[in-house]
Design a protein around this ligand. Structure first.
Ligand code: HEM
Length: 391
């Protein structure tokens, strides 16, 4: 894998080459098996007994507690219990109730962005919008919003460092403890004075007499920042980039806004915001004809799986009328993204708000208008400068 800007903006030619050669291959440089085929990626996701999610190791004590207890990083039976409890508090009905609030946030951000001399969709919309949505859901008081935004940035930085194997910064542990104690205090407060928000529902969630501990409830709020913010930012940035590059598809969507949900699924397939996930093999197993050895890490390339020609017709074509699009961008199996309904709703609102305001999406005609993210597991943009002159 190269790390050039071209590769970060478009890893797909490399995937196609690897996939055609072999859907599963051992890479000495990653000391891991790389999985590119659609069926093979799904097989590993499904088989949680052979492929464990406990991939975070070697962290400082302060971070280990939080990261090693995250829903994403634990296996059954603990995962089953914790997921059932938090799902109870994070239901589709409660998300849908907040739709008008999310729309108001999106409209305000879009209007402000379009008034700017130098609009950057990432800075002005795709970053602040999911943070504001999650803050609204959890029930973060107005006066704590700035602190909350700052923590969101720190969490992203920590996650990148964990994934790339870079050292933690000394201050990260302390900031993490600060966040954890903030959320624990919020949970304790909501248990005493419940409101209509996620923090209150987490505080009282109960299944067959079992409750979330204060630690687990607070940690789930942290997980939402890790799992829900940057991912949605990337989905939105990828959507706008892709529509700018396919103006016919934007016109099609403008003439038929009921295609918005399908369009979002196609963006998710075409440019998966999370390109890969990791697992560790607990025993030898055969996947796509290759034997994966016990103890080795396995990297699942969902970005490649979503363009597997064995699964999708004409996979490199972006077409919002594609009907069956069972992409792997939200994972598969017991760890399937818990926030998918929220991500879908948030991005549908964002697209609708843009459809009402923007006739043609145009990337600004400057050399640095499009800057890719450098995190190797994500496909997204750091900057997407737009040109709103002439509609
Ligand atoms: C486009 C946006 C998003 C993408 C692409 C995405 C992607 C994913 C993926 C691939 C997984 C599976 C992880 C695995 O198998 O190891 C996952 C899990 C998860 N996601 Fe998302 N996610 C998005 C948005 C969100 C949002 C908005 C939230 C919540 C606010 C969220 C919360 C979670 C949680 C809690 C899990 C862990 C589930 C479990 O382990 O049981 N995600 N996400």
């Amino acid at each position: 894998m190269t790390s050039s800007i071209e590769m970060q903006l478009n890893p797909y030619p490399w995937y196609a080459q690897m996939q055609a050669a072999n859907p599963v291959v051992f890479s000495p440089s990653h000391d891991a098996y790389l999985v590119f085929g659609y069926e093979e990626v799904r097989q590993v996701f499904r088989d949680y007994q052979t492929f464990s999610s406990a991939v975070y190791h070697g962290l400082s004590e302060k971070l280990a507690d939080a990261f090693e207890n995250q829903l994403q990083g634990i296996d059954p039976p603990r995962h089953t219990k914790l997921r059932a409890l938090v799902s109870h508090a994070f239901t589709q009905r409660e998300i849908a109730e907040l739709e008008p609030n999310f729309r108001a946030i999106a409209e305000q951000l879009a209007d402000e962005m379009m008034k700017r001399q130098d609009p950057d969709f990432v800075r002005d919309f795709a970053v602040p919008y999911p943070i504001a949505v999650i803050a609204e859901m959890i029930g973060i008081p107005e006066e704590d919003l700035e602190r909350f935004k700052y923590w969101s940035d720190v969490i992203v930085e920590i996650s990148h460092r964990l994934l790339t194997g870079a050292e933690e910064l000394p201050e990260h542990g302390n900031i993490f403890l600060e966040m954890s104690s903030y959320f624990e205090a919020l949970i304790v407060e909501r248990r005493r004075n419940p409101k209509n928000d996620l923090a209150s529902r987490l505080a009282v969630a109960e299944i067959e007499g079992a409750r979330l501990s204060d630690f687990d409830a607070a940690n789930f709020c942290l997980i939402l920042l890790v799992a829900g913010n940057e991912t949605t930012t990337n989905l939105l940035a990828n959507a706008v980039r892709t529509f700018a590059e396919h103006p016919d598809q934007w016109q099609l969507l403008r003439s038929n806004p009921s295609l918005v949900p399908q369009a979002i699924e196609e963006v998710l397939r075409f440019r998966a915001p999370v390109q890969l996930m990791m697992r560790v093999a607990t025993q030898d197993a055969v996947v796509g004809g290759t034997t994966i050895e016990a103890g080795k890490r396995v990297i699942l390339f969902m970005g490649a799986a979503n363009r597997d020609p064995k699964k999708f017709d004409d996979p490199d074509t972006f077409t919002i009328t594609r009907t069956a699009s069972p992409h792997t961008s939200f994972g598969h199996g017991i760890h399937t993204c818990l926030g998918a309904p929220l991500a879908r709703l948030e991005s549908a609102i964002a697209l609708e708000v843009l459809l009402q305001r923007v006739e043609q999406i145009r990337i600004a005609p400057t050399g640095d208008a499009l800057q890719p993210l450098t995190a190797f597991n994500l496909l997204g943009l750091k900057r997407l400068a737009l040109d709103f002159s002439n509609g």
